[in-house]
Design a protein around this ligand. Structure first.
Ligand code: PMP
Length: 397
């Protein structure tokens, strides 16, 4: 009798590492369900829920029967709201008919962008450390990620020389994030110009992950690379509401880019998911159509204070140094003085002190020696987390 075994899985599935933040957040949820008082500072999820006016807009749409698929590129009202937001906040004039595509969040925008621009074997320059999903997503679509280090000496920006040296005949795109996850760097116009110069010189696409654009600190402002010269025809901007409007569970975002690329992505979208959600687009349109109301901007200000609090507390702990992030909502703590690897320390913190954080190594080899800690939890949670972390680091071994 034939042996009863399952057919083998695809190499691409077996060869894909898990997302450390998502895996750790799932583990923290499982531990909480077992009655363990875990504080989850792993994934980038704020304590606050989506603002009421956004929830109401989506709920009303759903109750009014707005429950069908939309145009593959997204509802006109949503794309118009995205275009208004781009004009108001990013100094970008975008045609909602041709240059905007509604996506299931930034992650899906990234996948579609890569599917649209990469042929198998094409190389994509990524940061090291970078968002954990860049390398797997590039590989899943048949591309080859080429990591270029971000070093503390350059404020976690690429050194122009390193970037230039990474370009080969197979390079097709540069993928970067600002405000950066995990380091919190916010790129200046000069930083962006240095990236743009390499892209123009070597005729590359530039995929910019701008998901943290609204959360910049210390008076800094996010600049979209699309506003730099010669970028409009080669930049795909990944935008989302997951972070700024606490809409991670809605799975909604958009991509802004040149008409031929967006058009190719629309065709792919028709097959992959048909369209982003009907009522989630209505909620997102409400969030983006007008300047954010005071309840939202006040929350962002409070997030800045929480980031400063966590970073300054960490900075005072034995073996740790940590500067407040320039943007985004993570503390990127240098733990090299503790004597632990990032994975050892993160494991110890979860096991013995019930605090879930992400080991820096998960973001790339140059993330070793760091922990990424989410700062946008409520003040009560942060006070307790800081006290547990202080306890852990004061009792090494
Ligand atoms: N890009 C970066 C840099 C992120 O940190 C995240 C979320 N952690 C995402 C994309 C995913 O965004 P979305 O929820 O919109 O898919």
């Amino acid at each position: 009798m034939a042996q009863q075994t399952m057919p083998s899985l695809a190499r691409r599935a077996l060869g894909t590492a898990s997302s450390a933040p998502v895996r750790l957040a799932d583990l923290a949820t499982t531990m909480q369900r077992q009655g363990i008082d875990v504080i989850d500072l792993s994934a980038g999820r704020a304590s606050e829920s989506t603002p009421g006016f956004v929830v109401r807009a989506a709920t009303q749409a759903m109750l009014a029967g707005d429950t069908h698929q939309t145009m593959a590129r997204g509802r006109p009202e949503y794309r118009e709201a995205c275009a208004r937001k781009l004009a108001r906040e990013n100094a970008i004039e975008a045609d909602p008919e041709t240059s905007i595509l509604a996506t299931l969040g930034c992650k899906q925008g990234l996948m579609l962008s890569l599917l649209a621009v990469l042929d198998p074997g094409d190389e994509v320059i990524i940061e090291d450390p970078c968002f954990v999903s860049y390398q797997p997503t590039v590989e899943l679509v048949g591309g080859v990620p080429v990591a270029v280090p971000l070093r503390p000496e350059t404020g976690f920006r690429w050194a122009a020389r390193d970037l230039e040296a990474a370009v080969t005949e197979r390079t097709k795109a540069i993928l970067f994030c600002s405000p950066q996850n995990p380091t919190g760097a916010v790129h200046s116009a000069e930083d962006l110009d240095a990236i743009a110069a390499v892209a123009v010189e070597h005729d590359l696409f530039v995929i910019s992950d701008e998901i943290y654009e609204r959360v910049t600190w210390g008076g800094r402002r996010h600049i979209s690379i699309a506003t730099r010269p010669a970028m409009r025809e080669r930049n795909l901007a990944l935008m989302g509401l997951t972070k700024s409007f606490s809409m991670g569970g809605w799975r909604i975002g958009f991509v802004f880019g040149p008409e031929p690329v967006i058009s190719a992505m629309v065709t792919l979208q028709q097959h992959l998911i048909t369209s982003a959600g009907a009522f989630t687009q209505i909620g997102a349109a409400a969030a983006l159509a007008d300047p954010p109301p005071p309840e939202v901007t006040a929350l962002w200000c409070d997030w800045e204070r929480r980031c400063e609090f966590v970073a300054s507390e960490l900075d005072r702990m034995p073996g740790v140094s940590c500067r407040p992030p320039e943007g985004g909502y993570y503390a990127w703590a240098d733990i090299s003085g503790t004597g632990f690897s990032s994975e050892e320390l993160a494991e110890r913190l979860l096991r013995d002190y019930h605090v879930a954080v992400v080991p820096g190594r998960a973001f790339g080899p140059h993330g070793e020696g760091y922990l990424r800690i989410t700062c946008v939890k409520s003040w009560d949670i942060l006070q307790e987390a800081v006290s547990r972390l202080r306890d852990a680091l004061s009792h090494p071994g």
